[in-house]
Structures are given as structure tokens and as C-alpha cells.
Design a protein. Structure first.
Length: 262
């Protein structure tokens, strides 16, 4: 099986069984040059497997968001490699890179990043529009995603008129509308009250239980403890990694289910 060509690489369960969904090797990121150089990440090695929920934990400035941006292909490393479903993303540029990111990733950010004057529906279907899905199909898929987060009745509302919790649910709908393999969530409950935050957590981990890989960047220890694995970063380096036994059992069940479906 070829892994250097996106078209030649199947996007189904066999790939998920053969490779980690994300693998980074000797990953480093430096900002600035010479006397102003700042090393945000230093020689990171990490594998994330299908169906995992992984928390990347650290204080502000630790490098946790930088790591997420690199894994999500939103930025380029100074050195090291990033593989997504066995594909060496370092070798992809332009349309091929955008297509991989749009097809396999969903994003939930603390700051929402919504077009405030567009409707809720228009915000949700944006990844499908970028992916050149037909108008009829993308509307159908976007309404389905809104139904999952219990906001189908807000489809015609302008995003600016929503509460913080509703905006985050719209972001989750946008993240799942293309049925991604991986969801990246950067401080997904950071701007929400505890009650609304719990609803967002339930939505994200509900998707994870169905097999979507979930990567959460957070400084919230309670949220991190809900994940299968906790990756702790200090000064751009992984200093500790811990695992939850329950998560291992669940991931094993997911993989066994994949084998039975072949």
C-alpha cells in the first residue's frame, strides 16, 4: 500500500488498523532567528491511535497549542516529521495539504472563529463548501450535524445572536459535518460556565465513544482526567505521560469491531 500519495491511500478502517492516526517524530518548532530565537517545541515523539481521547496538558507558553497546530497541519515544523494515517504530511503542499486537513480533521476552538453575520447553517457547512460538496448535499449534512448538537431549530439564526454555549455547539457541528477521523479541541470549555461546559464535554466524548479520535489541548486537570491518555508538556518537552485503563479497554473494543467489519 502506498502512503506517500493521498489518492492511493484508502481512508477506511484498514488504514486506521495499520497506522497511528497521527505520528510525530523528532518534532521541533523555533520562532525567530539567532538572538531572538525561541524554541517552542523540542524533539517531540508521539503516536496517537484510532479511537483514543488524548489530553495535551500544560501551562500557558508550555508549547501545547503549538503541538496541536503542528499535528493539525495548521503550521509547519522547523524540523521533524508528521504523519497522518501513514501519509507524510511534510511532503504535501497547497491543495493536497488542504484536502487532507479538510477531509480528516475537525476543529473546535475556544474563540469559536465563526462568521458572526452569517447564519448558523452557513457556518456549519463551510468545510463542505471548501471540499466542493454539492449545494444540496452540504445543506443536508449540515442540518444533520446541527441536529446532533440539538440546534437544528437555530439553522437560520445569525451566529452573532447565539449564546456562548450555543456558539460552541455550532463549532462542534462544524467540526463533525465532514465526518472526520480526528477532532482537535483547543480549550473547548474555557469560555463557558460549568453547566454549559459539561454539555460540550458530553458531546465531544459521545463522539469519541463512537470511534472518533479526540485530541484536547487544556490546562484543566479535571477535563484531562476524562481522557484515555494525558500528555504533559513543560517548556516545549513532554515530561510525563499517563494512561487510563478504561480507555485502553474501550479502544481495544473499537479495534476488534473494525476487524469484524472487514
Amino acid at each position: 500500500m502506498k502512503t506517500s500519495n493521498l489518492k492511493a491511500t484508502p481512508a477506511g478502517k484498514k488504514v486506521a488498523e495499520s497506522f497511528p492516526v497521527i505520528e510525530v517524530s523528532h518534532l521541533s518548532k523555533t520562532y525567530g532567528k539567532k538572538s531572538t530565537a525561541f524554541k517552542a517545541l523540542d524533539n517531540i515523539n508521539l503516536k496517537i491511535f484510532p479511537g483514543e481521547s488524548v489530553a495535551i496538558i500544560g501551562k500557558s507558553g508550555s508549547g501545547k497549542s503549538t503541538l496541536m497546530h503542528l499535528m493539525a497541519l495548521l503550521d509547519k515544523p522547523t524540523s521533524g516529521t508528521i504523519k497522518v494515517l501513514g501519509i507524510n504530511a511534510n511532503k504535501l503542499k497547497g491543495k493536497k495539504l488542504n484536502r487532507l486537513r479538510n477531509k480528516y480533521f475537525g476543529f473546535v476552538f475556544q474563540q469559536f472563529f465563526m462568521n458572526a453575520n452569517d447564519s448558523v447553517l452557513e457556518n456549519v457547512l463551510l468545510p463542505l463548501k471548501i471540499g466542493k460538496i454539492s449545494r444540496f448535499k452540504r445543506k443536508k449534512l449540515a442540518l444533520k450535524a446541527l441536529d446532533i448538537v440539538d440546534l437544528e431549530n437555530k439553522a437560520k439564526n445569525k451566529a452573532t445572536n447565539l449564546s456562548g454555549g450555543q456558539k460552541q455547539r455550532v463549532c462542534i457541528a462544524r467540526a463533525i459535518v465532514n465526518n472526520p477521523k480526528i477532532i482537535f479541541a483547543d480549550e473547548p470549555t474555557g469560555n463557558l460556565d460549568s453547566g454549559t461546559g459539561k454539555k460540550i464535554i458530553d458531546l465531544l466524548f459521545g463522539l469519541n465513544k463512537k470511534g472518533t479520535t479526540l485530541i484536547i489541548v487544556t490546562h484543566d486537570e479535571d477535563l484531562a482526567a476524562l481522557c484515555d491518555r494525558q500528555i504533559r508538556i513543560v517548556d516545549g518537552e513532554i515530561v510525563k505521560e499517563s494512561k487510563q485503563k478504561a480507555g485502553y479497554i474501550r479502544r481495544t473494543a473499537i479495534r476488534e469491531g473494525m476487524k469484524e467489519d472487514r
